[in-house]
Write a protein that binds this ligand. Structure first.
Ligand code: NDP
Ligand code: DXP
Ligand code: MN
Length: 379
C-alpha cells in the first residue's frame, strides 16, 4: 500500500490522481487532501477516500466545511494548511497538483519530511528549481515528473547515462490558436482560448498552452529535472500530442514515448514507479491514426517561448519573475481585464524592468515573485 497526499485534489490533475487511486484500491491509500475553494467536491472526495487530514483555501471555508467532516479528520486552511497536508501526514508521496508558485513552500516542506514528490506543479520548479532540486538531493528524495512531456523524457532516460544525451525535444500541441496568425490573435476571446485541441485541463494551463508559456515553463522544468543545459533542449510543434517527447543520444538513436493524450498514464507512472500497472484508458493504434505531423517551432509567432529560454539561461530570479508575471497576466485575461496579446506584453515589460538576483535564497525568490506580481497588476 502506498500512502499518498495531494495538494490541489479538486483540480484537473488532483481528480485524475484520485481516479488512479480509485482504480487500484489495493495499491493506494489517500492520507491527506488539500483543495482551494471547491469544498463541495472536496467533501465528496473525503467521503470516498477517507483521508485523515484535509485543508481548504481560507478560514471561512474551513468553518463552512467543518460540520460535514467525519469526526477525527484534522482540518486546516490556507498556506499553512497546504504545508500540513504536504508534510504532516503519514503519506509516503506528495502529488503537487496545485496551480502556481503557491506550491513552493509546501513542496519544500514535504521534501524536508522525506516524502517522495510526484510533481505536476511546474511553477514550483520554474520559480525555484535550484532550491527544490538541491533540497531533494540533500534529503535523498526523488522528484518524479507528472507533466506528460517530462514523464515521457523520464521514461526515455530509463537506464540511460545522462552524459550520453545529445538533446531533449519537448513536443508542443500549439494550443487553441495554433493555426491563427498574430494579427488574428488580437481579437480572440477567453472562451476560444479555453478550447485546447487535445487535452482537458485547468483554465490557467490551457491559456499557457495557447501563449506557449506552458512550453516555456516546461523547458525550464526539464532543465531542472534532468540537469540538461538549455542549449540541449528543443521544442517541436506536434499537433496530435501523441509523441509526448523524445531524447536523442550521442549515437544518433532517438527514443520517444507515445500514447493517447490521457494524464492518468503519467500520473500513474509517477505513483507506481519503477513498476507499471494496468491502466483503463484507450489504447493507441498507430495503424488507425495513419499519420503524425511535426513542424519547426516559430519563435516570432510564439515570443513567450523565446523569452522563457532567455530567462532560463539568465537564471537567478529571472524565471521567478517570468512565472509570477504570467500567473497575474493569465488571471487578468481570464477576468477579461486584458486582451490575449497583452499577456505577452506584460511578460516582456516585467522582465525588462526586473533586477535579477543571482543564486537567490527562498526569501529572495519570494520577494522577486511578489515584485513581479505587483508590477504585472499595475501594467
Ligand atoms: N491539467 C493538466 O492536464 C496538467 C496540469 N499540469 C500542472 O498541474 C498543476 C495543476 O493544474 P490543473 O490541475 O490543470 O489546475 P486546476 O486549476 O484544474 O486545479 C488547481 C488546483 O489547485 C487548487 N488551488 C489553487 N490555488 C490554491 C491555493 N491558493 N490554495 C490551495 N489550493 C489551491 C484548486 O482548488 P479549487 O479548485 O478547490 O479552488 C485546484 O484543486 C499546474 O501547475 C499545471 O501546470 C501539468 C501537466 C498537465
Ligand atoms: C498534458 C500536459 O502535459 C500539458 O502540459 C500539455 O502538454 C499541454 O499541451 P501543449 O502545451 O503542448 O499545448
Ligand atoms: Mn505538459
Amino acid at each position: 500500500m502506498k500512502k499518498i497526499a495531494i495538494i490541489g485534489s479538486t483540480g484537473s490533475i488532483g481528480t485524475q490522481t484520485l481516479d488512479v487511486a480509485a482504480a487500484h484500491p489495493d495499491q493506494f491509500q489517500v492520507e491527506a487532501l488539500a483543495g482551494g475553494g471547491n469544498i463541495k467536491l472536496l467533501l465528496e472526495q473525503v467521503q470516498q477516500f477517507k483521508p485523515r487530514m484535509v485543508s481548504v483555501g481560507t478560514a471561512a471555508l474551513a468553518e463552512e466545511i467543518k460540520p460535514y467532516l467525519p469526526s477525527g479528520v484534522q482540518l486546516y486552511h490556507g498556506n499553512e494548511g497546504l504545508i500540513e497536508v504536504a508534510a504532516g501526514s503519514d503519506a509516503d508521496m506528495l502529488v503537487t497538483a496545485v496551480m502556481g508558485s503557491v506550491g513552493l513552500r509546501s513542496t519544500l516542506a514535504a521534501i524536508d519530511a522525506g516524502k517522495q514528490i510526484g510533481l505536476a506543479n511546474k511553477e514550483t520548479l520554474v520559480t525555484a528549481g535550484h532550491l527544490v532540486m538541491e533540497r531533494a538531493a540533500a534529503k535523498g528524495v526523488s522528484v518524479l515528473p507528472v507533466d506528460s512531456e517530462h514523464s515521457a523524457v523520464f521514461q526515455c532516460l530509463n537506464g540511460e547515462h545522462r552524459a550520453e544525451i545529445s538533446n531533449i525535444t519537448l513536443t508542443a500541441s500549439g494550443g487553441s490558436f495554433r493555426d491563427l496568425t498574430r494579427d488574428q490573435l488580437s481579437h480572440v476571446t477567453v472562451e476560444d482560448a479555453l478550447k485546447h485541441p487535445n487535452w482537458s485541463m485547468g483554465a490557467k494551463i490551457t491559456i499557457d498552452s495557447a501563449t506557449m508559456v506552458n512550453k516555456g515553463l516546461e523547458v525550464i522544468e526539464a532543465h531542472w529535472l534532468f540537469g540538461v543545459p538549455y542549449e540541449q533542449i528543443q521544442v517541436l510543434l506536434h499537433p496530435e500530442s501523441i509523441v509526448h517527447s523524445y531524447v536523442e543520444f550521442v549515437d544518433g538513436s532517438i527514443i520517444a514515448q507515445l500514447g493517447t493524450p490521457d494524464m492518468r498514464v503519467p500520473i500513474q507512472y509517477a505513483l507506481t514507479y519503477p513498476q507499471r500497472m494496468k491502466a483503463p484508458g484507450k489504447r493507441l493504434s498507430l495503424a488507425q491514426i495513419g499519420q503524425l505531423h511535426f513542424r519547426e517551432m516559430d519563435y516570432d509567432r510564439f515570443p513567450c517561448l523565446r523569452l522563457a529560454f532567455e530567462c532560463g539561461k539568465i537564471g537567478g530570479t529571472a524565471p521567478t519573475a517570468y512565472n509570477a508575471a504570467n500567473e497575474i497576466a493569465v488571471a487578468r485575461f481570464l477576468n477579461k481585464e486584458i486582451s490575449f496579446l497583452q499577456i505577452e506584453t506584460i511578460l516582456e515589460r516585467v522582465l525588462e524592468e526586473h533586477q535579477v538576483a543571482a543564486q537567490p535564497d527562498l526569501e529572495a525568490i519570494e520577494a522577486a515573485d511578489a515584485w513581479a506580481r505587483s508590477k504585472a497588476r499595475q501594467l
